[in-house]
Design a protein around this ligand. Structure first.
Ligand SMILES: [Zn+2]
Length: 358
């Protein structure tokens, strides 16, 4: 026994050392096995993360901006929507895209039945989500989001994870939230804490629509308080803050989602410059890229409304990255490995289900 230690202290310290050693071994084996063990939950079931392939990490299919308490069910004809959208999914396969992350939350048009049908018809894997979207003055929050506790909200989202969404058996693959500029209002902090609890239970990542860098920083602070690593957070719409916070949070491990790529004036140059900055800073390994394309339901009529394309100026959905950005990146000497990182490795790591605790 080392001098100066009584037997009890020695035993305690030895036990701690053993525990730490076992934990280190377990960490190592988790890291070694991570590639094969990491899972992704799609609308057609759970797959190995390695099967995701080329992925668009932030897109939409149908979105309805009517408002949470006004929207009873999809206002469009599902068969017509399926027929209109299917060709665009078939085209994705020609761009070698195998997975699309659908980021429309509940109460703003999430339609998992349509997603599953599209996925089964075209072979494109789709991830859907659980969680509530608080941005736009809480217009898309159901009433109970204002009154329920963190645990009650987490229980609702965990039920979707466990049992599926709206009786379909279709399970979410990530958590989606939304907020405006920072600092976060208390209501949105509550929603984020609920998301952290769901993350701790399930390993699902938290993708948060975020108004600016100050809000993103606040989100990371809340995660830390909840014992959740910054790598569990996907900072959605990081392009809203073109400043140094993108690099700062990428270095902290946050996923920086540059997800409004389009062929609109100046947008391609802006995105290419963001990517070159991340390349220079060595943070390209934390960056996601996508279009935020999709279809929205028009008008205020309760039924029979039509779907219109939206997407920051893209004439065709889900295509500009392949037709414009990838060739542009090759011209500024980004190689295949970096393009693969942006469209394959990073999305896989960002959405893989494994617990990331501090
Ligand atoms: Zn979006």
């Amino acid at each position: 026994m080392p001098a100066g230690l009584n037997r009890r202290m020695f035993l305690t310290n030895s036990a701690l050392a053993l525990t730490a050693g076992a934990a280190a071994l377990r960490e190592r084996s988790l890291a070694q096995g991570a590639e094969s063990d990491a899972r992704v939950v799609t609308v057609t079931g759970e797959i190995s993360a390695t099967e995701m392939g080329r992925t668009l990490s932030h897109e939409h299919v149908t979105t309805d901006f009517l408002g949470a308490e006004k929207l009873p069910a999809p206002r469009y004809d599902r068969d017509a929507a399926f027929l209109a959208i299917r060709p665009h999914f078939e085209r994705l396969a020609k761009q070698s895209v195998r997975t699309l992350v659908e980021c429309t939350p509940a109460h703003i048009g999430r339609d998992v039945r349509l997603l599953k049908r599209l996925s089964e018809a075209t072979g494109i894997r789709i991830l859907t989500n659980t969680g509530y979207y608080g941005a736009v003055d809480n217009k898309f929050l159901p009433r109970h989001a204002h009154t329920e506790s963190v645990d009650q909200l987490a229980a609702r989202w965990l039920a979707e994870w466990r049992d599926g969404i709206d009786g379909t058996g279709i399970r979410p693959g990530f958590i989606k939230l939304g907020t405006g500029g920072g600092p976060l209002p208390d209501l949105h902090v509550k929603l984020l804490r609920a998301a952290c609890r769901v993350h701790r239970e399930t390993g699902m990542s938290i993708a948060m629509h975020t108004g600016d860098g100050a809000a993103a920083r606040h989100e990371v602070a809340v995660l830390r308080e909840e014992g959740v690593a910054p790598s569990a957070l996907i900072w959605v719409h990081a392009q809203n803050d073109p400043g140094p916070i993108q690099l700062e949070l990428a270095r902290a491990g946050v996923w920086v989602s540059l997800d409004g790529y389009s062929t609109a004036t100046r947008n391609p140059e802006r995105y290419r410059n963001f990517l070159m900055e991340h390349q220079k800073a060595g943070t390209l390994g934390r960056v996601l890229i996508s279009h935020d394309d999709g279809w929205a339901v028009d008008g205020e009529a309760p039924t029979g409304s039509t779907l219109t394309l939206f997407g920051n100026g893209n004439q065709e959905p889900y295509r500009s990255i392949f037709e414009r950005l990838v060739p542009d990146l090759r011209r500024v000497e980004m190689g295949d490995a970096e393009i693969r990182m942006l469209l394959e490795t990073n999305p896989r790591e960002a959405f893989a289900i494994r617990r990331r605790l501090l």
